[in-house]
Design a protein around this ligand. Structure first.
Ligand code: AMP
Ligand code: ZN
Ligand code: FE
Ligand code: FE
Length: 284
């Protein structure tokens, strides 16, 4: 059996394994193919490539922070996985740089709100946890854990903390612009956890139909944040629209409990993604 896990995070964003540790852990978990998909960055690509063990194929990718403005009251945030794109393509590179900058400004605002309420954490501390990678709420969670206010990352996402009371939105990238920019850079897009109602509001199927017209390539169905009914719905929709279906762990090291290879992608879907991409090759 070919074991393919197409959604994994490293310390280049909010994972806890370095890119080199991530690929070694992938091989140790018996994966044949793994993707590195850090939030809004390709910063882990080189170190992952250099450390990629014999026998593991590495798909270089990213997870783009997107928004859809079609909702009446408030934009809906969504995540777009992008695979095998040319990281030097200027427009996409500029989009990614802006998203990372946006993450820093937003995290700084959250830290200011917490400080104003007497929570003893600082921006320097949080920025230090991100260690040069894309800053995310898990790094703020780490500071809350250090301060003894919560015990786990999940607890830090409760509504009295980062989930609602101290939630600040990011501005993010228009989702149609993301699909266009990744295609223009020779990459392929897969909508990450599109039905994850546990994370908040999800987009209507109508948007997914429009995205398929705009060049979206696939939908991630098998993900820990989808219920069995949600997985079935995503599979059926992908079937209707001729999109590939993926499954992935969305591994984040110790920031989450899910393990590498807990959810997998079928080889046929993987081969279609590889065939459609022209930006950079699969390594290994
Ligand atoms: P951000 O990208 O800064 O908005 O933070 C979102 C990230 O936080 C996700 O990619 C997950 O890694 C993590 N996350 C979101 N919800 C939870 C949760 N309930 N427990 C643990 N980690 C979470
Ligand atoms: Zn994350
Ligand atoms: Fe995501
Ligand atoms: Fe992710």
């Amino acid at each position: 059996m070919t074991r393919i896990d197409l959604h994994c995070h490293s310390t280049a964003s909010d994972g806890t394994l370095t890119p080199a540790e991530l690929v070694r852990a992938g091989a140790a978990a018996g994966l044949d193919v793994m993707a590195i998909t850090d939030h809004d960055t390709t910063g882990g690509w080189q170190a992952a490539a250099e450390a990629c063990p014999e026998g593991l194929r590495l798909v270089r990718g990213a997870e783009l922070s997107c928004r859809w403005l079609g909702a009446e009251d408030w934009p809906i945030a969504l995540h777009m996985l992008a695979y095998l794109f040319d990281p030097a393509e200027p427009r996409l590179a500029a989009d990614l740089a802006r998203l990372r900058n946006d993450r820093e400004q937003r995290a700084e605002k959250i830290v200011r709100k917490l400080s104003a309420d007497g929570v003893p954490i600082t921006w320097d501390e949080v920025y230090g946890y991100a260690a040069g990678g894309s800053v995310g709420r898990p790094h703020i969670a780490q500071a809350l854990i250090r301060a003894g206010l919560v015990r786990t990352t999940s607890e830090a996402f409760a509504s009295r903390w980062l989930g609602a009371r101290y939630f600040v939105p990011k501005s993010d990238l228009d989702v149609f612009e993301a699909v266009r920019a990744v295609r223009a850079a020779g990459g392929v897009t897969v909508f990450a956890h599109p039905r994850a109602t546990v994370r908040g509001r999800v987009v209507p199927d109508e948007l997914i139909i429009q995205l398929a017209d705009a060049g979206l390539f696939g939908l991630e169905a098998d993900h820990e944040d989808h219920s069995p009914a949600e997985r079935a719905h995503v599979r059926a929709l992908a079937g209707d629209l001729g999109l590939v279906v993926t499954g992935s762990s969305d591994f984040h090291g110790t920031h989450k409990t899910v393990q590498l290879g807990d959810y997998l992608t079928d080889p046929e879907a993987y081969e279609k993604i590889v065939s459609a991409a022209t930006g950079v090759p699969v390594l290994g």
